[in-house]
Design a protein around this ligand. Structure first.
Ligand code: NAD
Ligand code: UD1
Length: 337
C-alpha cells in the first residue's frame, strides 16, 4: 500500500515508518518539522530500505495537502501530526485546537477530495480522564481535563460523526497508553525540546548528566509503593499496532477503537529501578509534591486489540529501558549534530 503518514518525522511516527517500510509499504511523510527534525527520516532510511518521500508541509494548508493527494496515489493515512504537551496546551489552548482539531479537519477535507477514506488516528488514554477503575476498556466514560485532552476527544468525535455520515470511511482510533523506549538500533528515539515533561525522557537526561535528579511527583498515592502507576509500552510495539490496525481495517469501513497498552502497570520507582539496571548507574531522586492533574494509576485492558487485530505488546520493561538508554547514550543531544 501507499501510506501517507502525517507527523512521520516525530517520535512515534518515525518508529512507525520503519515498521511500515519493513513490511513493504511505500510512504509519503507530511510534517512541518515544528517538533522534529528531517534527520529522523534520514535515520529511518538507514534502518529500513524502501520508498519514503518527505514533504515539509503544515497539514492546515488544505490546498497544498489536496495537491499531495492528487499527485500521489495514497491508499491510507496514519495521522500523528499534532501538538502534545499537556501543560503547554493550558497556556496555548487556541494553538492546540487549531493544530490538532483544525489540522485534522483540513486533512479530512484533502483526503475526501483525493478519494482516500481510510485513516488511523493517534488518540490517547488521556480521553479516559481519571478512570473509576483499572484496567481500562474502550467503553469506559470519556472526558478531559486540559485542552490537549479535549482536542483528542474532539477529533475522535469528528471522526465518528464523519463515519456515521458516510459509511465508506474506515476510521481507527488508537488510544495509546504511555509510549517509551526507542528503536533497538539506537538510531531513532524521542528527542524532546527543553526539559522533558514525561518520566522516561526525564530519567534518561538524569542518567546522561543533563539533569541532577529525578523529582518523583508524590509518594502518597494508593498504589503499591505510593508512586503513580502507568502502562508503559515500547514504541516499537506501539508502531506495530498501527500495522495491525491497517492490515485489519484498511478495507473494512467502520469506526474501530482500540487501546494500545501492555495491560500491566509500572510505578515511578519501578521505572527508575529498571532504568538504573539498564544504564548501570544510580538515578538520584527526591520525592516532591504531586503534579496537579495527575492520577494514581492507569493501565489498559488491551484484549480487544489482541482479539480483533491479532496484536499484543511483546517487549519487556527491560527492553524499554535498555533501548531508551541506548538511544540517549549514543545521541546525548538527540538529532542535533
Ligand atoms: P511528536 O511531537 O514527536 O510528533 C508529532 C509530529 O507532528 C512532529 O514531527 C511535528 O513536527 C508534526 N506536526 C505537528 N503539527 C503539525 C502540523 N500542523 N502539520 C504537519 N506536521 C505537524 O509526538 P509523538 O510523541 O510522536 O506523538 C504523535 C501523536 O501521538 C500525537 O498526535 C500525540 O498527541 C499522540 N500521542 C502521543 C503520546 C506520547 O506520549 N508520545 C501519547 C498519546 C498520544
Ligand atoms: C502524560 C500526560 C497525558 C499524556 C501522557 C502521554 C500529564 C498530566 N499527563 O501522562 O495527558 O497522554 O503524558 O505521554 O502531563 N513523573 C514523575 N516525575 C517526572 C515526570 C513524571 O514522578 O518528572 C510521574 C508522574 O507523576 C506519573 C508518571 O511519572 O505518575 C508518568 O508521567 P508522564 O510520563 O508525564 O505520563 P502521564 O502522567 O501518564
Amino acid at each position: 500500500m501507499k501510506i501517507l503518514v502525517t507527523g512521520g518525522a516525530g517520535y512515534i511516527g518515525s518508529h512507525t515508518c520503519v515498521e511500515l517500510l519493513e513490511a513493504g509499504h511505500d510512504l509519503v511523510v507530511v510534517d512541518n518539522l515544528c517538533n522534529s527534525k528531517a534527520a529522523a527520516i534520514d535515520r529511518v532510511l538507514e534502518i529500513a530500505d524502501g520508498s519514503l518521500r518527505l514533504i515539509e508541509l503544515d497539514i492546515r494548508d488544505t490546498a497544498a495537502l489536496t495537491e499531495v493527494f492528487q499527485s500521489e496515489r495514497v491508499d491510507a493515512v496514519i495521522h500523528f501530526a499534532g501538538l502534545k504537551a499537556v501543560g503547554e496546551s493550558t497556556d496555548l489552548p487556541v494553538e492546540y485546537y487549531d493544530n490538532n482539531v483544525g489540522g485534522t479537519i483540513s486533512l479530512l477535507q484533502a483526503m475526501d477530495a483525493g478519494d482516500v477514506r481510510t485513516i488511523v488516528f493517534s488518540s490517547s488514554a488521556t480521553v479516559y480522564g481519571d478512570p473509576h477503575q483499572v484496567p481500562i476498556t474502550e467503553d469506559f466514560p470519556l472526558t478531559a481535563t486540559n485542552p490537549y485532552g479535549w482536542s483528542k476527544l474532539m477529533v475522535e468525535q469528528v471522526l465518528k460523526d464523519l463515519q456515521a455520515s458516510d459509511e465508506r470511511w474506515s476510521i481507527t482510533l488508537l488510544r495509546y497508553f504511555n509510549p517509551v523506549g526507542a528503536h533497538p538500533s539506537g538510531l531513532i528515539g524521542e528527542d524532546p525540546n527543553g526539559i522533558p515533561n514525561n518520566l522516561m525522557p526525564y530519567i534518561s537526561q538524569v542518567a546522561i548528566g543533563k539533569l541532577d535528579r529525578l523529582r518523583v511527583f508524590g509518594d502518597d498515592y494508593p498504589t503499591r509503593d505510593g508512586t503513580g502507576v502507568r502502562d508503559y509500552i515500547h514504541v516499537v510495539d506501539l508502531a506495530q499496532g498501527h500495522l495491525a490496525a491497517l492490515d485489519t481495517h484498511a478495507t473494512t469501513p467502520g469506526a474501530h477503537i482500540y487501546n494500545l497498552g501492555t495491560g500491566s502497570g509500572v510505578s515511578v520507582l519501578e521505572m527508575r529501578a529498571a532504568f538504573e539496571e539498564a544504564c548501570e548507574q544510580a538515578i538520584p531522586y527526591e520525592i516532591v509534591d504531586r503534579r496537579p492533574g495527575d492520577i494514581a494509576e492507569c493501565w489498559a485492558d488491551p484484549s480487544r486489540a489482541r482479539v480483533a487485530l491479532n496484536w499484543q505488546a511483546t517487549k519487556s520493561l527491560m527492553d524499554m529501558t535498555r533501548d531508551g538508554w541506548r538511544w540517549q547514550s549514543r545521541n546525548p543531544d538527540g538529532y542535533q549534530e
